[in-house]
Design a protein. Structure first.
Length: 158
C-alpha cells in the first residue's frame, strides 16, 4: 500500500469534498475514473453504459461491506450535472477538475505533464500529438487511523 498525503478536493453533487470525505465514514473506497474531459460535451459511451448498469442494490451491497463507490472525472461539475440529469444513476459522480487527481492516479495522459504511464505501463506513443487523453480505470483506497492509503493493483483497468 502507498500512503496518500496529498489533499485532493472534488466538486460534488452537494458540496466540495476531500478524498477522505469520499469515504463517507467507510473504511474502503473505490473510485471509478470516468472518461469525461474538461472540454467534452459527453462522457465516454462505454463509461456511460457501465455506470447505467450499476444499481442501488449494488451500491448497498458495497456499503454493507464498509466500502464506498463513487465516479470521478475531470469534467467541471456543471457539465457532469447536465450529462447525468435524468439518467437515474445510483452512483454519485464527482469532478476532479482543477486538481492533480487524475494525473497522479494515471488516468489522464497529457504530453505537458511528465508522467506518461497508464496501468503501470509506459504509454509514450499513445497520445500522438493530442493535448490530453482521458482513460478509464479504478483506484481503490483504504483508510487507516485517519490516513488514506492507496491499494496497489496492477489490473486497474476494467
Amino acid at each position: 500500500m502507498v500512503r496518500v498525503d496529498k489533499e485532493y478536493i472534488f466538486d460534488g453533487p452537494r458540496c466540495k469534498v476531500s478524498l477522505a470525505g469520499l469515504f463517507g465514514g467507510r473504511r474502503q473506497l473505490i473510485v471509478f475514473h470516468v472518461m469525461f474531459g474538461p472540454n467534452w460535451d459527453a462522457a465516454c459511451p462505454i463509461c456511460t453504459e457501465f455506470t447505467s448498469e450499476l444499481t442501488g442494490a449494488f451500491v448497498e451491497r458495497l456499503r454493507a461491506r464498509d466500502t464506498a463507490f463513487v465516479m470521478a472525472c475531470r469534467a467541471p461539475l456543471d457539465r457532469i450535472e447536465a450529462y447525468v440529469a435524468g439518467r437515474g444513476w445510483a452512483v454519485p459522480c464527482y469532478s476532479s477538475y482543477g486538481s492533480d487527481f487524475n494525473y497522479d492516479f494515471q488516468v489522464t495522459l497529457d504530453e505537458s505533464v511528465p508522467q506518461l504511464e497508464y496501468n503501470y505501463r509506459p504509454e509514450p506513443d499513445r497520445l500522438g500529438g493530442v493535448q490530453s487523453t482521458e482513460l478509464s480505470g479504478a483506484s481503490c483506497f483504504l483508510r487507516r487511523r485517519r490516513r488514506v492509503r492507496r491499494r496497489q493493483c496492477p489490473h486497474r483497468q476494467w
